[in-house]
Design a protein around this ligand. Sequence first.
Ligand code: HEM
Length: 137
Amino acid sequence: MQTADAPESGEAKPLTPYDLIGGEEAVRRLADRFYDIMNEEEAAAGIRRMHAQDLGQIKERLFEFMSGWLGGPQDYFQRADRPCIRSAHRPYAIGATERDQWLMCMSRAMVETDVPEPVRKLLDQAFLRMADMLRSS
Ligand code: HEM
């Protein structure tokens, strides 16, 4: 397994998906691009309508969520006011169509922000499992 240096402890730490994707800047770029694509892409109009007009706050939330989920800073999961990801989606009617629109935006966003191909393939699978788990029908 690849490792990163941990100078203080002298021990090597395994690289996380967060490291492999390129850390904070890369995850922020991905979250921003994802919602920009959702905003512009006619094929994603169905899920765009479910979201607030201003996408600023949700970009920040997705950035924080993905940072923790990919093994980076865990701020999102430590905040008392953050719902679990399942309950955050319970108010919305999410079926296969909505899932596929979401995944199409994420897949494009990963390509357009230069996520390395091996990482992209892994994340495509992981996003598919998560998006499918959020379906209500
Ligand atoms: C399956 C299709 C999905 C649809 C249709 C969908 C839709 C939504 C909607 C409508 C919201 C509320 C937005 C707002 O408040 O303006 C939301 C919130 C959110 N979604 Fe999704 N979502 C999907 C999948 C996912 C996936 C796979 C992830 C993570 C990888 C995710 C991460 C989030 C996060 C972090 C929030 C904010 C929750 C909070 O802290 O309040 N969503 N989503």
